[in-house]
Design a binder for this molecule. Structure first.
Ligand code: HEC
Length: 226
């Protein structure tokens, strides 16, 4: 299987069309949160949820997970419903993958996941239901709580781009999904995938390192010649 064999228009040329999704990421002002995670309360918690909402709306999460960029739309973030290929479900080589229900429903959504598991999904691409709820301090499998045999999220979830967002932004998204959205009971069939849970698609050679390489690189002004 190669990426180019996929019929997914969002990822056929460069995996996730990072330009499409990331441009908006750079525009949101950084809030002055003193801590990440789910320990905030009162006004700080409300501000964190509002910030997470801005990021979700501006990062096209709803294009795949439901509702587009309108939190009032039917199906907001409750997972693939559209029967149209490449909108909410995808053909990746021989596999069908589907955008999951991100509302905090216990049976069909993220209800049983912690905000840290959602953070770990966005930063490291680790499937929440199959990844321990722990702080991860490495990007190397087997080190620093990074699972030795990671179960990654299916393509085309664009976590390789989102992982470069600041901690506070990823925590804010997790806070919004868990505490800012009403639970909706809507079952999305599981994604299919290769036996290595996409590990061979998410090597440093293919998706680059985290943190991102320092500026300027070979493609950027002032960087070394090719
Ligand atoms: C291009 C389509 C696409 C976009 C855009 C997208 N996702 Fe996803 N997402 C997916 C797919 C497909 C899956 C299912 C992966 C799997 O089954 O392994 C997924 C899975 C997830 C999961 C794991 C849910 C679970 O129950 O395992 C989370 C969390 C998530 N996405 C959050 C987000 C957020 C937050 C955004 C926006 C910042 C976003 N996604 C944008 C396609 C997308």
């Amino acid at each position: 299987m190669t990426r180019r064999s996929t019929e997914c228009s969002r990822c056929s040329s460069s995996f996730f069309l990072p330009i499409l999704f990331v441009v908006a990421a750079c525009t949101a002002p950084a809030p002055s949160f003193t801590s990440g995670g789910n320990m905030q309360s009162g006004q700080a918690a409300q501000d964190q949820i509002a910030h997470g909402r801005d990021l979700v709306v501006s990062h096209a999460c709803g294009d795949c997970h439901g509702g587009g960029s309108d939190p009032a739309a039917f199906g907001w973030l409750d997972g693939a419903r559209s029967p149209v290929l490449d909108v909410q479900f995808f053909k990746i080589g021989p596999f069908t993958t589907r955008a999951k229900n991100l509302t905090p429903d216990n049976a069909t959504g993220t209800g049983h996941f912690t905000e840290r598991q959602i953070f770990n999904a966005l930063r490291y691409g680790l499937r929440p239901e199959e990844t321990a709820d722990v702080d991860i301090t490495s990007t190397v499998p087997g080190q620093g709580n990074f699972p030795l045999h990671p179960h990654y999220l299916a393509i085309p979830m664009p976590w390789p781009s989102w992982r470069h967002m600041p901690d506070q932004d990823l925590w804010a998204i997790a806070a919004y999904l868990k505490r800012g959205v009403k639970p909706v009971n809507h079952k999305v069939e599981d994604s299919e995938g290769p036996p290595d849970f996409w590990a061979s698609e998410y090597t440093v050679e293919k998706i680059g390192p985290h943190p991102v390489r320092p500026y300027p690189t070979v493609n950027e002004k002032g960087g070394p010649e090719k």
